[in-house]
Design a binder for this molecule. Structure first.
Ligand code: MG
Length: 370
């Protein structure tokens, strides 16, 4: 039996990026519930991603104007250690690299939903095998690792390859470039959502391009990533530092920028309320029904309106869905599901004739056909 000292265990534990580290909230110590039929973590028989010949990154990709530049080429000022000290990795000419065993570095700022661009290069010449060959990683919110590894003509388990959601989702392709070549991740990440009582409402989701190749496609993250076993989600703040892993190998980085992504705004009850319909008799509604020419194109089939309950059903010739509208004033009908209205003209006797549809800030004429 191999004997490993406490120190060795600690080094191995830290090296694998488990996030029970100072400066971070504790993650769950319970393993995630593993649905039946899922691959065992780090399975060596799980299919490996197909190798694809990606293009290199000849020059750093420019940051958009609204990006937070996390490394522009000469300073690690945006990065700190787990204890909040200045990051102690080595800065070179336009890049920085892991100082082995100096520990992980974290962004000073916290981030939630992001678009992250990061360029990196594996140590050259290559050294080590498996998970000890150019290993680092990008830990989104400090917990969810997108693996960095030298997997150029090198083998390891599928869920530990470059671009993997580590221990969970192998990359869809192996787009690795040779050691020393600059490579890029473009990561689009949405953090997990928790209820006030800490219940998981929605898991984190990630899309990753590796050297322009899609390697994660809207992948749901099962839980905080970890060596040997995925952890269960535990409620955490909506923003947390991004973390780069020190796995003991001098992986290089350059040109790192991030853009915060807005959350979608849900409508208020008033903004999503149904139309305030007024009552009309079936006979009154029937007077509005009929066939209408939409716009000036006389070659298209007409728009049909027919009575349905307390309103009308509108059927457009090239739309498969019947659309209900209800009267909200004497001459105006409002669409139930769409922000649009149809306003009818009436003659001197009050009989409805042609109409105008108001939609998206513009109007379409509806000419009543005889
Ligand atoms: Mg790693």
């Amino acid at each position: 039996m191999t004997r490993i000292g406490i120190g060795g265990l600690l080094v191995a534990f830290l090296a694998c990026g488990v996030s029970f580290l100072p400066g971070l909230p504790a993650t769950a110590k319970e393993p995630a519930q593993v649905p039946r039929g899922r691959w065992k973590q780090h399975s060596m028989i799980r299919p490996k991603p197909q190798v694809v010949a990606a293009q290199g990154i000849a020059t750093p990709q420019p940051a958009p104007a609204d990006a937070v530049v996390l490394f522009g080429g000469d300073s690690l000022a945006q990065w700190v250690t787990d204890t909040g000290e200045p990051a102690a990795w080595t800065v070179g000419d336009g890049f920085f690299e892991v100082t082995p065993n100096a520990g992980a570095i974290l962004t000073r700022e916290s981030f939630g939903d992001v678009q992250l661009h990061i360029e990196w290069a594996s140590p050259s010449p290559a050294a080590g095998i498996g998970q000890d060959r150019g290993n680092s990683g990008v830990f989104l919110m400090g917990r969810y690792e997108i693996q960095i590894l030298d997997t150029f003509q090198a083998d390891t388990y599928a869920d530990g390859q470059t671009g993997a959601v580590y221990g969970e989702a192998p990359p869809l392709f192996n787009a690795s470039l040779p050691p020393g070549a600059w490579q890029a991740f473009d990561i689009i990440f949405r953090g997990p959502q928790f209820s006030v009582d800490g219940t998981l409402l929605a898991p984190a989701v990630v899309t990753v391009l590796h050297n322009g190749i899609a390697v994660q496609n809207n992948e749901q993250i099962v839980g905080p990533t970890s060596w040997l076993n995925t952890l269960a989600y535990q409620s955490h703040s909506p923003e947390a530092p991004i973390r780069l892993q020190d796995h003991g190998q001098a992986v290089r980085f350059r040109n790192i920028w991030v853009r915060r992504l807005p959350t979608r705004i849900e409508p208020s009850a008033e903004q999503s309320r149904p139309p305030r319909a007024i009552a009309k008799t079936p006979a009154e509604l029937a007077a509005f029904a009929g066939a209408f020419q939409l716009g000036d194109d006389t070659t298209k089939p007409p728009v049909a309106m027919s009575v349905d309950g307390n309103g009308l059903i509108v059927r457009f010739p090239d739309r498969p869905v019947d659309m209900p509208i209800v009267p909200v004033s004497e001459k105006v009908f409002e669409f139930v599901n769409t922000d649009a209205t149809i306003e009818f003209k009436t003659d001197a006797a009050g009989k409805p004739g042609d109409a105008t549809m108001h939609i998206g800030g513009s109007t379409r004429s509806l000419k009543r056909l005889k």
